[in-house]
Design a protein around this ligand. Structure first.
Ligand SMILES: CC(C)(COP(=O)(O)OP(=O)(O)OC[C@H]1O[C@@H](n2cnc3c(N)ncnc32)[C@H](O)[C@@H]1OP(=O)(O)O)[C@@H](O)C(=O)NCCC(=O)NCCS
Length: 153
């Protein structure tokens, strides 16, 4: 099969609220279609809040999206950054686009005075695990717990 043309001029930029509909197909794929009624508002909050960031990778169209945020973190005695969502359009994977998005995110996190960056990866997502390892992330020895207030058990 012919490989898709390698991205010519890849640009990473901060998303605007208007980018919602160009990002939506990628985010819908990431969440396997599980996009709720508050998703758009939350996307816009990430774009507009000083505690959030949405980066898009594009040439003539959007090829990848990263959604992240900055939080106070007592463990780190300061601010840390967290990648909340990351996806590269399937035909454009393995061309360094995910790496570029994360590099920009990490550079911005350092500028914001963050002491570390975190990312959550599904235990069965071996590609994402390899990706994070390649970028220098270390696997944490912690579990993630949550209590669902919206759909309590
Ligand atoms: C994870 C993801 C964002 C990586 O994006 P990408 O643009 O393809 O990644 P890069 O090209 O920058 O890859 C960087 C490194 O990650 C690793 N990697 C990426 N894809 C890989 C694959 N399919 N198998 C093994 N390692 C892989 C490699 O070490 C690669 O370095 P190399 O190209 O020198 O071998 C992309 O696969 C994706 O969108 N997956 C679906 C959504 C998802 O799982 N998101 C992660 C949520 S945390």
């Amino acid at each position: 099969m012919k490989k898709p043309e390698k991205t010519q001029v890849l640009k990473i930029r901060g998303a605007k609220v208007d980018d919602y509909f160009v990002c939506l197909p990628l985010l819908t794929a990431l969440y396997h279609g599980d996009i709720g009624s508050d998703f758009r508002r939350t996307f816009e909050d990430f774009v507009e809040s000083e505690h959030g960031i949405v980066l898009v990778a594009e040439n003539t169209k959007v090829l990848g999206v990263l959604v992240g945020g900055y939080h106070l973190d007592i463990d780190w005695e300061g601010k840390t950054a967290k990648i909340d969502a990351l996806i590269v359009d399937e035909p454009y994977r393995k061309q360094g686009i995910g790496t570029e998005l994360v590099r920009h995110f990490l550079a911005e996190a350092k500028k914001q005075g963050c002491k570390a960056a975190k990312s959550r990866v599904n235990t069965e997502n071996f590609v994402a695990q390899e990706f994070h390892k390649t970028l220098g992330f270390t696997k944490a020895k912690t579990y993630e717990y949550f209590l669902d207030f919206v759909h309590p058990r």
